[in-house]
Design a protein around this ligand. Structure first.
Ligand SMILES: *Cc1c(COP(=O)(O)O)cnc(C)c1O
Length: 223
């Protein structure tokens, strides 16, 4: 892709977010666009930064470590979001590098994160991932376990959880999955909702998403 089409992609997504916010009667700045740059090299990411985007998402700690320190040294004010599954043994690197972690989903990870947050004196904003479709291959807490898990995050591990994240099954309408995630967040007093990707971020915004994770609509298809 050329630089021009990358920026057009970003502008198009921003315009669509603004439209979805208007339709939903929401302020446009109530939704944060997380530009998902996984698999794309620094050369493809940099034009998007230059176009004004400052919030990016990666799904692997190692890949992010290889790409982002140099980019962040050149461009101040970048916020990095980890949106993919996190192994407990990578908690140290994740807390060092990321401002947000969207994939908290089990006790062992809570324990590892709590230890690192204490040690580093720095706490990323945390989301608990909900496996709304109860898909065996997918990470996340089952909906029926969410309330207990959220209670344990606070009471047992002393973690502050800011919101919930979900990835609906690819072959189902996303709306009910977004609605379920919003409902669990509401009854647990959580204000942030990470939901919506390239194909469905407008639906997610209608259902209250505060963070949409958009990759291919900005950067083009991944190989
Ligand atoms: C890759 C990815 C996205 C972005 O997907 P697109 O369809 O390219 O917008 C969003 N969320 C997660 C968790 C991802 O892994």
């Amino acid at each position: 892709m050329t630089t021009t089409s990358l920026v057009t992609g970003l502008d198009g997504v921003r315009a669509e977010i603004a439209r979805a916010c208007r339709d939903a009667g929401r302020a446009p700045d109530s939704v944060t666009l997380v530009a998902v740059s996984k698999t794309f090299e620094a050369a493809a990411i940099e034009p998007v930064i230059v176009a004004g985007q400052r919030v990016f998402g990666e799904n692997r700690v190692q890949e992010a470590k290889a790409k982002w320190p140099a980019l962040m040294a050149r461009h101040p004010g970048i916020a990095l979001h980890l949106i993919g599954p996190l192994q407990s043994n990578k908690a140290r690197e994740a807390v060092e590098l990321f401002d947000f972690i969207h994939s908290v989903d089990r006790a062992s990870l809570c324990e590892a994160l709590a230890k690192e947050i204490e040690k580093q004196g720095k706490a990323p904003t945390l989301f608990v991932q909900i496996n709304t479709g109860a898909e065996p291959q997918k990470a996340g807490v089952l909906p029926q376990d969410a309330d207990d898990f959220l209670r344990a995050c606070r009471a047992t591990y002393g973690l502050t959880i800011a919101g919930l994240m979900c990835i609906p099954p690819v072959d189902e309408a996303p709306g009910p999955h977004f609605a379920l995630t919003a409902k669990i967040a509401k009854r647990n007093g959580l204000s942030l909702l990470s939901m919506g990707m390239s194909a469905d971020f407008d639906v997610a915004i209608a259902m209250g998403a505060t963070h949409v994770r958009v990759g291919s609509a900005i950067f083009g298809g991944r190989h």
